[in-house]
Ligand binder design. Structure first.
Ligand SMILES: [Zn+2]
Length: 472
């Protein structure tokens, strides 16, 4: 070093002088007294600090349905072999887990019941920090809905209807049915995924049937079915057609009332429907002191047609009785005589026809002098209606039993037919009830309504004992 000194100038000698003490200090520290032969073995080096380990792919949250299974795959930040553990904070799920390869863990979560839970997953590997992750999970009810419901039901009182209801899921539901207003009665039987509901109309009106299906693990399926129950029963028509409330509202105001009812009020009257379909006897010629009248063969045909039509429409059963023709009155029990007469037979303004109502020896008079303006077919049907036991009912232009027809129909209205068949079903002699469908009486004695006696001769026909049918 000295040889270099002169060439290196002032700074070099300074470095030389300073370095040896520093090196000496370092040497002393390094040996630290370990240089002696009897000293203990050096301690093992301390373990290296654990390396960080974390999960990735952790969802922010998950949602599944009851009985639904979902897989969630998580990865560790290092592909290490680890011990894994998982847990759920709520027992509304079951969780299974497996590690398909180092550093990954796959959860299989099944929803058991609706609710919230937190899923926690832990991984422990040598030399690594414990990695923990958790995420919230919601278990929702499955959706149950009606997939098939009828749009609406239209029915009549007393009618029964079966309708199919279908659910969107194959479950056996508990079904609750509400029928507000008791317009209908409804009951149902359910199988998996569907119900068969029977609905019966009780009274006229509108309502909505609510059907609510429930099943474990599902939302509630609620649905409404609009229902309209038509009530063809008209209490006013019932009183008029069957109990003579139109022309004889309370007591007796006319001879026709006196003959059948005396002075009894409507509520005390009884049906005069004939006990069985009568037979008809058409007089082709009738002679009285006032004159002689005839039915042409064409008119006889029309009357026969009217008998068939009227009996079938009013009783609901085809006419199976006899129809005979002749020139002498039959005037027998169960027979209705159909007699041609003329204007001269009546006093005052002559009607188109007349008839005894529900008489067991019946009679129908047709005014042949007025057949130019009285249409024979509807006139004869109208009179057959009387002969079977029905009275006048006021409904201009629609009811064939109206006494004041402006447009004469050639068929009994559905309403008339409905009420007439009700009366026929009750039978002769049934007492008045406001609604016969609610009467459970099944038979009545054939009493209380009597014929006004045999006619014997045409002259004995008492016109004032019959309903008069102007039809105009
Ligand atoms: Zn009449």
């Amino acid at each position: 070093m000295s040889t270099r000194g002169p060439r290196t100038g002032v700074s070099a000698p300074r470095l030389v002088l300073l370095l040896p003490p520093l090196l000496a200090l370092a040497a002393c520290g390094g040996d630290g007294g370990g240089s002696a032969a009897t000293a203990p073995a050096p301690p093992p080096p301390p373990p290296p600090p654990p390396q960080p380990l974390s999960w990735s792919g952790v969802p922010e949250s998950e949602t599944i349905k009851v009985r639904e299974r979902k897989e969630v795959s998580l990865s560790l930040s290092a592909a290490v072999t680890a011990d894994y553990a998982h847990s759920a904070s709520n027992a509304n799920v079951t969780v299974a887990g497996e590690s398909p390869r180092a550093g990954t863990y796959r959860l299989r979560i099944t929803g058991e019941e609706a609710g919230e839970t937190t899923i926690t997953v832990t991984a422990m590997a040598d030399g690594y920090e414990t990695a923990t992750a958790s995420f919230p999970l919601t278990v929702e009810l499955r959706t149950l809905e009606w997939s098939v419901l009828p749009d609406g039901i239209e029915m009549e009182v007393g009618e029964e209807r079966t309708v199919q209801l279908e659910l969107n899921s194959p479950v056996l539901p508990e079904l609750e049915i509400e029928t507000p207003g008791d317009i209908v009665a409804a009951a149902a039987e359910c199988v998996i995924g569907a119900c068969e509901m029977t609905v019966r109309g009780l009274v006229g009106g509108e309502s909505v049937i609510t059907v609510t299906a429930t099943a474990d693990g599902y939302t509630e399926a609620a649905g409404g079915i609009g229902v309209f129950v038509d009530d063809p029963f008209d209490p006013a028509l019932w009183r008029e057609l069957v109990f003579d409330a139109f022309e004889c509202p309370s007591g007796f105001t006319k001879e026709s009332c006196r003959n059948l009812w005396g002075d009894r009020a409507v509520e005390e009257r009884i049906t005069a429907v004939l006990p069985a379909t009568p037979d008809f006897h058409i007089l082709t010629r009738a002679a009285t002191r006032s004159g002689t009248w005839r039915f042409t063969s064409r008119q006889v045909d029309t009357i026969e047609e009217a008998i068939h039509d009227a009996v079938e429409q009013l009783t609901g059963t085809p006419f199976r009785g006899r129809i005979t023709t002749g020139t002498r009155l039959k005037d027998e029990y169960g027979w209705v005589d159909v007699v041609p007469l003329g204007n001269a037979q009546w006093t005052g303004r002559p009607p188109c026809g007349s008839a005894g109502v529900g008489r067991t020896e019946g009679v129908i008079l047709i005014n042949t002098d007025r057949l130019d303006d009285c249409d024979l077919l509807p006139l004869a049907m109208h009179e057959v209606g009387h002969a079977l036991g029905f009275f006048h009912a006021l409904n201009l232009g629609d009811y064939l039993m109206s006494p004041l027809l402006t447009e004469i129909p050639s068929v009994f209205s559905e309403t008339e037919q409905f009420h007439a068949r009700l009366a026929v079903g009750l039978g002769r002699g049934a007492p008045y009830t406001p609604d016969p469908r609610k009467t459970s009486v099944t038979s009545f004695p054939n009493t209380g309504v009597s014929a006004s006696g045999p006619l014997l001769r045409l002259e004995d026909i008492r016109l004032d004992g019959m309903v008069q049918c102007p039809l105009h």
